[in-house]
Design a binder for this molecule. Structure first.
Ligand code: ATP
Length: 433
C-alpha cells in the first residue's frame, strides 16, 4: 500500500499537481508547491466547501481574518500554555521524535541509541513584528484559523444581527512547527484549514454536534470518496483537547493507515469566555425572546484542505490494463477535476481539423475550464487527460469537417458519443452542472 503513495507523488510531479518546494536548492523538507493542476484541484476543494457551508445555507457567514494576531489571543486560547507535543531526542544520532509516536520511549527507532527524557515542545512559529527583535514585539503565525472567528464574534453580532444557531466559516493558512511532518501533504508545517465555528445555545450543543458530524461525513461521500474508506472515530475522554467535551474525527483510510481528515468538536463556551476575560469585553449573546444574556456553545468542524486534496487523489487513483498497457485514471468528481473538457484534434497535420478544434475549445472556454492540446498522438493525449482526471475529451476528426459533429469520450467508461457541434455546449453543461 505504501507503494500507492509513491505512485501518487510521482503522478503529482509528472503531471504538474504538486512539486517539492525550493527543489532547485535541494528542496525544503516536507514543504510542497501546488502546480497548474494542483492549484485548480485545491481551489475546487475550497470552492465546493465554501458553496456547501456558506452559499447553500442562510445561517453561516464567510470571513477571512489575518494570520498575525494580537499575542493575547494565544494566551486566551491556551495555545501558549498548552499547544505542546512531547519530543524525545536521540543522544547518538541526534534525531528528534514525537514521544507519542514511539513504541519504546527509551530507545531510538532509527539507530537504537538512548533517547532523552520526553520534553514539551511548543508548536507555534514565532516571529517579530516591526523593526525590533525583542520580547515586546514577539508574535505568532496562527496555528489554526479558528481564533480569528472567535475574536470577531462581537463584530458579527453588531453587523449581521444573527439569531442562534449561526456560524462563521473561514479558509486559510495555518502554521505548526510539527516535530515529525511527513506523508507528503498529509502533515506539513504550513497548511490550509477550512473551519466552521457554529454558535448554538448550550442546550442544543449535543444535537448540533451530532448534526455536524453527519454533515461533514456526507460532504466527502458526496464528492466521491468511497464510504468504506471513511470512518467516524469518537475521541476517548482522555484524548480530548482542554477546551472540548466531545470530539469525533472523520478518518480516511490513507495508504499509511487510518488518519484524521477533519475533527468535529464541541468546544463549549470556553473560547468566548476566555476572550471575554482577557479582553474585558462582554462577549455574551443577547436572546431577544427570553431577554437573557449568555455565552453560546461552539461546535467546530475543522478540516484540512491539503489532507482533503490527498484523500481525493488517493481515492480517485485507479489503474487498469488496456491491451497490455497500464491506463492510469484519476476518477475525480467532476466538481473537483482541474480540467473539465479537453479538445483534441485527431490529426494535427491537417490544418482544417486543427482550426476547427481550436474554435471548439475557444467556444467552450467561457463555460468550462477547457484545454486544447495537439502536442502528441491521440492515444498519448487521452492518457494525459486520464491522469489529470479530465471527465470529457472532445475530438475533432476528418468526418467532423463534413458533418459538423465531434466525438465526446467519457473518462470513466471510455465510451464515445458523436454530437453535433451546435449541441456540444448544452450537452456538456447537462453533464457538468
Ligand atoms: P493531528 O492529530 O493529525 O496532528 P490535529 O488533531 O492536531 O491533527 P486539528 O488541530 O484538529 O488537528 O486541526 C484540524 C485539521 O487541520 C486536521 O483535521 C487536519 O486536516 C488539519 N491539519 C492539522 N495539522 C496539520 C498539519 N500539520 N498538516 C496538514 N494538515 C493539518
Amino acid at each position: 500500500m505504501a507503494d500507492l503513495m509513491e505512485k501518487i507523488i510521482s503522478l503529482c510531479k509528472r503531471r504538474g499537481f504538486i512539486f517539492q518546494s525550493s527543489e532547485i536548492y535541494g528542496g525544503l523538507a516536507n514543504t510542497w508547491d501546488y502546480g497548474p493542476y494542483g492549484v485548480e484541484l485545491k481551489n475546487n476543494v475550497k470552492r465546493t466547501w465554501w458553496k456547501a457551508v456558506v452559499y447553500q445555507r442562510d445561517d453561516i457567514f464567510g470571513m477571512d481574518a489575518s494570520i498575525l494576531m494580537h499575542p493575547k489571543v494565544w494566551q486566551a486560547s491556551g495555545h501558549i500554555k498548552n499547544f505542546f507535543d512531547l519530543k524525545s531526542d536521540c543522544k547518538d544520532c541526534k534525531k528528534r521524535f514525537k514521544t507519542t509516536d514511539l513504541k519504546d520511549k527509551d530507545k531510538c527507532p532509527e539507530c537504537g541509541g538512548q533517547l532523552t527524557e520526553a520534553r514539551p515542545f511548543n508548536l507555534m512559529f514565532k516571529t517579530y513584528q516591526g523593526p525590533l527583535e525583542e520580547e515586546a514585539s514577539l508574535i505568532y503565525l496562527r496555528p489554526e484559523t479558528a481564533q480569528g472567528m472567535f475574536v470577531n464574534f462581537i463584530n458579527i453580532l453588531d453587523t449581521k444581527h444573527p439569531k442562534l444557531p449561526f456560524g462563521l466559516a473561514q479558509i486559510g493558512k495555518a502554521f505548526r512547527n510539527e516535530i515529525t511532518p511527513g506523508n507528503f501533504i498529509f502533515r506539513t508545517r504550513e497548511f490550509e484549514q477550512m473551519e466552521i465555528e457554529y454558535f448554538v445555545s448550550p442546550d442544543e450543543a449535543s444535537h448540533y454536534y451530532e448534526y455536524w458530524v453527519e454533515e461533514r461525513f456526507n460532504w466527502y461521500v458526496n464528492l466521491g470518496i468511497r464510504k468504506e474508506n471513511l470512518r467516524k472515530r469518537p475521541h476517548h475522554k482522555d484524548e480530548l483537547a482542554h477546551y472540548a467535551v466531545a470530539c469525533t474525527d472523520i478518518e480516511y483510510n490513507f495508504p499509511f493507515g487510518w488518519s484524521e481528515l477533519e475533527g468535529i468538536a464541541n468546544r463549549t463556551d470556553f473560547d468566548l469566555k476566555q476572550h471575554a476575560q482577557l479582553s474585558g469585553k462582554d462577549m455574551r449573546y443577547f436572546d431577544e425572546t427570553t431577554k437573557e444574556r449568555f455565552y453560546p456553545y461552539i461546535i467546530e468542524p475543522s478540516g484540512g484542505v491539503d489532507r482533503s486534496v490527498l484523500a481525493f487523489l488517493v481515492d480517485a487513483y485507479s489503474e487498469q490494463k488496456v491491451k497490455d498497457e497500464l491506463r492510469i485514471v484519476l476518477r475525480l468528481h467532476k466538481d473537483l477535476a482541474p480540467v473539465k473538457v479537453a479538445v483534441l484534434p485527431l490529426l494535427k497535420n491537417r490544418s482544417q481539423i486543427v482550426e476547427m478544434a481550436k474554435r471548439v475549445a475557444e467556444d467552450l472556454k467561457d463555460s468550462f475550464i477547457t484545454v486544447y492540446d495537439d502536442t502528441a498522438a491521440i492515444g498519448k493525449l487521452y492518457r494525459r487527460q486520464d491522469e489529470i482526471g479530465t471527465p470529457f475529451c472532445v475530438t475533432v476528426d476528418v468526418q467532423s469537417l463534413e458533418d459538423k459533429q465531434v466525438t465526446v469520450r467519457f473518462r470513466d467508461t471510455m465510451l464515445q458519443e458523436r454530437i453535433g457541434m451546435d449541441r456540444l455546449k448544452t450537452y456538456l453543461e447537462e453533464r457538468l452542472a
